[in-house]
Design a protein around this ligand. Structure first.
Ligand SMILES: [Zn+2]
Length: 279
C-alpha cells in the first residue's frame, strides 16, 4: 500500500516535470497536478518533508487516500466532501425532455496511451462534439472498472469517459458503459499499448484509432449536471452518459482489471438534480 501510494505520487511528479499535467479540472482530474505543485512537492521531498497537508497521503481508491477522505486531503479538494452536484450517480428515474442529439465529430489519430496510476488514459489531439450549440474538443479518454455510474443500482464491468472542453473552459464528459460480450477490435488497439506500470507511456504512431468505433450505434443519452469523479471534484461538468453499452470480451475486462485495481468513486447523492433523457 505504501509502496503503491509513493510510486503513484512519483508518477504525478514525473508527469508534472514533463509538462504533461494540465490545469486544475482540465482533464477530469486525472492529470490535475499543476507543474508548480509537482515541483514544490519534489523540493519538499528533497528537503526530507512529506508533500501535502496531511502527511503526504495522495488520493487513491483505498485506505487513507480513498474516496471517503478526498475532501480532507487538501483544501482544493473540499468539493469532494461538501459539493451538492457530485459525480458519479446512480441513474434511477429519468425525466424526458426536448434535448438535441449529441453530434460526434471524431477522426482517426495516432494513439498515446498512459498509465497514470489512477487510470489508463488515451490522450488526443483532435475530435469534438457539439452540445448546446457549442463545440467541445476531445482532450482525452480513460477507463474505470467497475463502472462509476450505475443504472438502477447495477454496475457495468467498465466505463469509458471521453473528456471534452469548450473554448471558454467548460467541460463535457461522455460516459460509455462497457459490458461483457464480443471482443471489441477498437478497444484491442488501446489495450495492446496499455502500460502495465504506473508512469508508463506508449506512443503508437502506426496504430491510429477512430474513436467513433468505441461508441455504440444508438447515441441516446442520460444528461445531468455533475462533477469530476476525481479530486478536485470540480462541479459544472455536463455529463452525457450513453444509454446503450458497448460490448467488450471477458478477456478485455480481465486485462484491464489486472493492470488497474478498482478505480471507481462510489455513487454520490443526487440532491436536487434531475436526470434528463431525450424524448
Ligand atoms: Zn473518469
Amino acid at each position: 500500500m505504501m509502496t503503491r501510494t509513493a510510486s503513484a505520487w512519483r508518477v504525478l511528479v514525473l508527469l508534472g516535470a514533463l509538462g504533461l499535467a494540465g490545469g486544475a479540472g482540465a482533464s477530469e482530474g486525472h492529470q490535475e497536478e499543476p507543474e508548480h505543485e509537482g515541483m514544490a512537492a519534489m523540493k519538499a521531498q528533497m528537503a526530507g518533508k512529506a508533500p501535502g497537508h496531511h502527511g503526504g497521503v495522495h488520493w487513491g481508491y483505498t485506505g487513507a487516500g480513498g474516496p471517503a477522505h478526498w475532501g480532507d486531503l487538501k483544501d482544493e479538494y473540499i468539493l469532494c466532501k461538501i459539493g451538492q452536484n457530485q459525480s458519479p450517480i446512480d441513474i434511477g428515474p429519468v425525466v424526458e425532455a426536448r434535448l438535441q442529439p449529441i453530434t460526434f465529430d471524431y477522426g482517426a489519430e495516432p494513439l498515446e496511451v498512459i498509465n497514470n496510476g489512477h487510470t489508463i488514459q488515451v490522450n488526443r489531439g483532435g475530435g469534438a462534439i457539439m452540445v448546446d450549440g457549442q463545440s467541445f474538443r476531445l482532450l482525452q479518454f480513460h477507463f474505470h472498472g467497475p463502472s462509476e455510474h450505475t443504472v438502477g443500482g447495477k454496475h457495468y464491468p467498465l466505463e469509458m469517459h471521453l473528456v471534452h472542453r469548450s473554448a471558454d473552459g467548460h467541460l463535457a464528459v461522455v460516459g460509455v458503459f462497457l459490458k461483457e460480450g464480443e471482443e471489441n477490435p477498437a478497444l484491442a488497439a488501446v489495450w495492446e499499448h496499455m502500460p502495465e506500470q504506473a508512469g508508463g507511456k506508449a506512443r503508437a504512431e502506426k496504430v491510429s484509432l477512430d474513436v467513433n468505433a468505441l461508441l455504440p450505434e444508438d447515441r441516446s443519452y442520460f444528461r445531468y449536471s455533475g462533477s469530476l469523479t476525481t479530486p478536485p471534484c470540480s462541479e459544472g461538468v455536463r455529463w452525457l452518459v450513453l444509454r446503450e453499452p458497448v460490448e467488450v470480451s471477458a478477456e478485455q475486462i480481465r486485462r484491464f482489471r489486472e493492470v488497474m485495481e478498482a478505480n471507481n468513486r462510489p455513487v454520490q447523492p443526487l440532491h436536487a438534480r434531475k436526470i434528463l433523457t431525450p424524448f
